[in-house]
Design a protein around this ligand. Structure first.
Ligand SMILES: O=P(O)(O)OC[C@H]1O[C@H](O[C@H]2O[C@H](CO)[C@@H](O)[C@H](O)[C@H]2O)[C@H](O)[C@@H](O)[C@@H]1O
Length: 248
């Protein structure tokens, strides 16, 4: 796979940049709240957003409230794998139909299993088992049972030591496509950087749209066409882009 480090837009009007958070912008941590935002990263993201005339969005499995806590200055984001959506600093219509009572039930069932961390979000739910990896099958079976019984169409995503329940209509590919229809993004080349299996839908979308898909890490098959080795390299690449002349 091609190294993405030397990739540079010919013109700042060319690219629309979509960035995953955990495992891409930020190093993975033992729990969701333990992640650290390196002190120089917000300024780099702001600088790039300005260079791209606003065509930069965070595309994350985290809920919007958590994204805002980590990156308060970022104006465009898709949360909960695209079930939530914010444009130009304003919350937009998301995906309805999150079955709260079923989510209560799955949270209670999972909380009774030692080593599982339940992360409840506005319209999705994550079951983390990083503390007890052999629980993977148990957690997957529990989540599959919930999806089968849900009154609303849900689906499962299997991420890094996590199973996520999301509305069936959500997904990072659709989130990127929704941004690409907005005036600030329309006509640009989508560039998506992500690390996880849950980012594959985003890679497939940007490939279809003639864009640039960049996988962070390695060790598994991916639809991405470019590669960066780890979040530290992603941050160095973004800083390098942000140091290019504004007229690039
Ligand atoms: O789409 P992303 O921005 O990559 O978010 C995916 C999930 O990331 C978080 O969980 C992952 O990162 C945690 C912190 O490093 C780690 O402890 C956990 O094992 C990972 O699965 C986040 O907590 C989830 O809500 C996101 O959906």
């Amino acid at each position: 796979m091609n190294d993405a480090f030397e990739l540079t837009p010919r013109d700042w009007k060319d690219w629309a940049l979509f960035l995953d958070i955990d495992g891409t912008l930020l190093d993975l941590a033992p729990t969701p709240d333990a992640v650290l935002v390196p002190s120089t990263l917000p300024a780099v993201l702001n600088g790039l957003s300005r260079r791209l005339s606003g065509a930069l969005a965070l595309i994350s499995g985290r809920e919007l409230a958590a994204i805002e806590r980590l990156f308060p200055e970022m104006r465009d984001a898709a949360g909960a794998h695209g079930a939530q959506w914010r444009l130009n600093g304003r919350g937009m219509d998301g995906i309805d139909g999150w079955p709260r009572s079923l989510a209560d039930e799955v949270a209670a069932r999972a909380a009774a299993i030692a080593g599982v961390l339940v992360e409840r979000k506005a319209c999705s739910l994550s079951l983390h088992y990083r503390d007890n990896l052999p629980l993977a099958d148990t957690i997957h079976a529990l989540a599959e049972d919930v999806v089968r019984r849900s009154p609303h169409p849900l689906r499962l995503l299997h991420g890094k030591a996590v199973v996520e329940l999301i509305p069936d209509a959500a997904g990072k590919g659709r989130a990127i496509e929704r941004f690409m229809a907005e005036p600030a993004y329309r006509g640009r080349i989508p560039v998506f950087v992500g690390d996880d299996v849950t980012d594959e839908e985003g890679f497939a979308s940007v490939n279809r749209l003639g864009g640039i898909s960049i996988h962070v890490g390695g060790g598994r098959p991916t639809a991405a066409r470019f590669h960066l080795s780890d979040p530290e390299t992603v941050r160095r690449w973004l800083a390098r882009l942000n140091d290019l002349p504004r007229g690039a």
